[in-house]
Design a protein around this ligand. Structure first.
Ligand code: UDP
Length: 241
């Protein structure tokens, strides 16, 4: 259920397959593998180590990753949006009485996110939370709180690479089963940022919607061609081997 893109194993099944895999795992780190995230991993040893860890699963979250899979003639079944996986995990946690922990975003956003989650999932156990503006090398109080509460899932919304650095530091020691870096998802649950309309998502144009609404993101689009160029080069070299 995996394909190889550059040095990464990318999940190529459906979202339903993924949820089954998450359920069956002892401990799992879900990485939303868009071109920016994957490209950064090529130049950052810590990130790369996390991405290629056997307990990490990279999902194709981004039209650039889907295109890369097609370039390599190993198309993924579908683009899987991290935020949708997060919501499915939350639904399961609510149904099964399992707790979650939220780390990331600005304090106000985090509060709104929690209020909206509780409105939508009234039985959801949110065992704790912390905004995303703290010193990663000096957060003992937070770590002790997570250790004490033992959430089933921890969602970390601090953007890449900060959220991945946090997860790689504490993945082995924290008593959580599911770890997931979720970027700007708390902003979406808080209602601060809207997801693109369905038709744009279906056409693979979510990136365009996000740039139109948050123009500062335009700089980050450069990772798509950079990443795809690396994929094309890798395909060419692998053919010659
Ligand atoms: N963020 C944070 N701490 C930081 C920097 C950013 O918690 O030091 C949060 C920020 O408030 C926002 C999220 O990280 O909620 C930004 O994620 P981004 O939109 O960059 O992620 P993407 O969805 O693009 O992966």
């Amino acid at each position: 259920m995996f394909i190889k893109i550059l040095e990464y194993k990318i999940f190529c099944g459906t979202k339903v397959n993924l949820l089954k895999l998450i359920n069956e795992a002892n401990k799992i780190n879900i990485i939303s593998g868009n071109p920016e995230v994957l490209y950064m991993g090529m130049y950052n040893e810590k990130l790369k180590a996390l991405y290629i860890d056997s307990k990490s699963v990279i999902i194709p979250d981004g039209v650039g990753t889907v295109i890369a899979s097609k370039i390599l003639n190993t198309p993924v079944k579908e683009k899987i949006a991290g935020i949708e996986v997060m919501e499915e995990i939350i639904k399961n946690c609510e149904a099964e009485g399992k707790g979650i922990y939220l780390v990331g975003a600005q304090e106000e956003v985090l509060k709104e996110c929690i209020i909206n989650l509780i409105i939508k999932y009234p039985k959801l156990k949110i065992l704790g939370s912390k905004n995303g503006y703290f010193d990663l090398n000096n957060c003992q109080e937070l770590i002790e709180d997570i250790e004490e509460k033992k959430p089933f899932a921890i969602f970390v919304a601090m953007g890449c690479p900060r959220q991945e650095i946090f997860i790689s530091k504490f993945f082995e020691t924290l008593p959580c089963k599911v770890f997931m870096g979720v970027g700007g998802s708390f902003d979406v649950f808080a209602g601060k940022v809207k997801r693109a309309p369905k038709w744009m998502i279906n056409l693979g144009l979510e990136w365009l919607y996000r740039v139109a609404n948050e123009p500062f993101r335009i700089k980050r689009l450069i990772y798509i061609p950079k990443f795809l160029m690396r994929v094309v080069i890798s395909k060419y070299f692998n053919k010659r081997k």
